[in-house]
Design a protein around this ligand. Sequence first.
Ligand SMILES: [Zn+2]
Length: 75
Amino acid sequence: MSTSRVYSRGSHSYLGNDSSKEVHRLSSEDTSASGCQINELLGAAHGVAFSPDTLAQAHTDGYDNCAKCIGGSSR
Ligand SMILES: [Zn+2]
């Protein structure tokens, strides 16, 4: 695994939720109440960053696309 715990958005392009095993693209974050809920996942200490910070790496690490900000979920 190449994930690391994060507690803020920082300068990351992608952020994972290690509870739901979903990956979010921060540049297209859905900030609505039923959206990505990035603040909530960070606050609950479920935030992870990938190294390298790419969607391909997130998939390698077992994360699925968030339907709100990336789409194309394989589940
Ligand atoms: Zn999302």
